[in-house]
Design a protein around this ligand. Structure first.
Ligand SMILES: Cc1cc2nc3c(=O)[nH]c(=O)nc-3n(C[C@H](O)[C@H](O)[C@H](O)COP(=O)(O)OP(=O)(O)OC[C@H]3O[C@@H](n4cnc5c(N)ncnc54)[C@H](O)[C@@H]3O)c2cc1C
Length: 433
């Protein structure tokens, strides 16, 4: 029997894994990539260290996806984290599991992951066409026939796997052409939105703290829905809300940036917050800098500290409570002069400090643009894809894999596993069916 001509578009983790699996099954596989290199986004992942998966059990894993995670059950049954880890370890790359069960290569270099994938593609004789941009897809009687590349080349195909990614970090190549072509062929596209995205704040002080990470803090996001009738001239009035919603984070880390806030806690909740940030809504976050202490415990600690250091300035005293870089800003927000002696701090000021420790507030004005999001939410509708095969329910012989489908997850290695697993499933089914 002749080998099937399988063309995979996009050499990210999903496309590379799809090409590897289809070629293992002895098909004639071509991988098309617009960049001159493989895995451009993969090389950036995990701050260049590549958090390739997470070692938690399947149910916990699926809970880290937004509502569509269940769609991935079949893909994960076929090829899950242990399979992925074995894939790399059997090819000589040692892995390690860090806190929160995040898995990384022991080399701490994403490039090691890309190198293993590249070697495997070469070993399996996958034809890789670099610098080739897919422009169109040809059908005959609703079946895949081939595709057109921007330079005019026509590549015949019996099966086509689209793995062109989302639309974030577009300089890595993911610019949404795959979605456009899928739409043209009749697939529904769920609107593309930012996920895992930093947030902009009205207050400017995060700029002064850029790069500072606060560890062991808790965030409380509040949404106030304000109807037009109750809308005052001030955008940030909080007294006339019609509805209120809150999200309280677990304890974790926050990062200040030049425009606002980021870091794992913010990114994890940002998808929901981006939905909240509609016109007429007012969203703010309160940072609990001492989540392990109640107000009473904090008061007792402050009083003890104030008694012991009555001659010290408040600025110096607070250095044992807060990161050094935060102290000046904290006192400015509290409206207390940093050189004021502790003995001169009034009871009202002390109570103000306690409240600020428990709820340092920032108004959120918007999410950063989708291009700065780590992940794209939305994509090819799951209603148009068979979860057991990743084949389109509309066009025979067309498969989807990776971030371009309407599935997204939290940070922690979940998104890359989804890309590898859906790629594997698509590659296998394109080869066998
Ligand atoms: C900064 C950053 C860090 C991240 N870190 C992690 C992490 O540590 N762990 C984790 O789980 N997830 C992480 N992610 C998310 C993860 O990288 C993505 O979810 C994953 O890369 C998606 O894989 P993909 O193969 O679907 O798409 P992509 O990796 O985006 O690959 C798609 C490929 O398709 C190519 N392409 C697109 N259109 C065309 C076309 N028309 N013709 C030819 N080629 C085309 C692109 O050039 C690209 O190479 C991170 C994301 C970012 C931005």
């Amino acid at each position: 029997m002749n080998a099937k001509r399988i063309v995979v578009v996009g050499a990210g983790p999903a496309g590379m894994m799809a090409a590897i699996r289809a070629s293992e099954l002895r098909q004639d596989v071509t991988l098309i990539e617009k960049n001159p290199i493989l895995g451009k986004k993969l090389l950036l992942s995990g701050k260049g260290r590549c958090n390739l998966t997470n070692a938690c059990d399947l149910d916990s894993f699926l809970k880290r996806f937004s509502k569509n995670g269940q769609f991935l059950r079949d893909a994960f049954k076929k090829f899950f984290h242990l399979d992925l880890m074995r894939f790399f370890e059997q090819r000589g790359l040692k892995l390690k599991t860090e806190r929160q069960l995040r898995v990384f290569p022991q080399t701490n270099r994403a490039n090691s992951i890309v190198e293993v994938l590249k070697k495997e593609l070469y070993k399996n004789k996958v034809k890789i066409i670099y610098r080739a941009v897919m422009k169109d897809i040809f059908l005959q009687e609703n079946k895949i026939k081939g595709l057109l590349v921007a330079d005019g080349r026509i590549i015949p195909a019996d099966r086509l796997i689209l793995a062109t990614g989302g639309v974030s970090y577009s300089f890595t190549g993911s610019t949404g052409e795959g979605h456009e072509l899928a739409r043209k062929l009749g697939h529904r596209i769920i609107p593309l939105r930012p996920g895992l995205v930093p947030l902009e704040t009205r207050q400017q002080y995060p700029n002064l703290l850029e790069g500072l990470t606060l560890k062991n803090i808790r965030l409380k996001f509040t949404l106030l829905q304000i109807s037009n009738a109750n809308r005052s001239s001030s955008k940030f009035v909080t007294g006339f809300s019609d509805g209120k919603k809150e999200i309280i984070s677990p304890i974790g880390e926050l990062l200040f940036t030049h425009f606002g806030i980021s870091g794992p806690l913010v990114l994890s909740l940002s998808g929901e917050i981006a939905v909240w940030l509609k016109e007429n809504n007012h969203v703010y976050v309160e940072i609990d800098l001492k989540p392990a202490l109640s107000k009473e415990q904090l008061r007792a600690r402050l009083l003890r500290e104030f008694k012991l250091n009555s001659k010290k300035t408040i600025k110096n005293t607070l250095k044992s409570f807060l990161p050094k870089r935060l102290v000046d800003v904290f006192l400015e927000v509290a409206k207390i002069l940093p050189d004021k002696k502790v003995s001169q701090i009034t009871q009202k000021e002390r109570e103000g400090l306690i409240s600020l420790f428990k709820a340092m507030r920032l108004d959120i004005i918007k999410a950063r643009p989708i291009d700065e999001a780590m992940i794209t939410r939305g994509g090819v509708s799951l209603k148009d894809i068979n979860p057991r095969t990743m084949e389109s329910r509309i066009i025979k012989g067309l498969y989807f894999a990776g971030e371009m489908i309407d599935v997204d997850a939290d940070t922690g290695g979940f998104n890359l596993q989804a890309a590898f697993s859906t790629g594997y499933l698509a590659g296998e089914n394109a080869a066998l069916n």
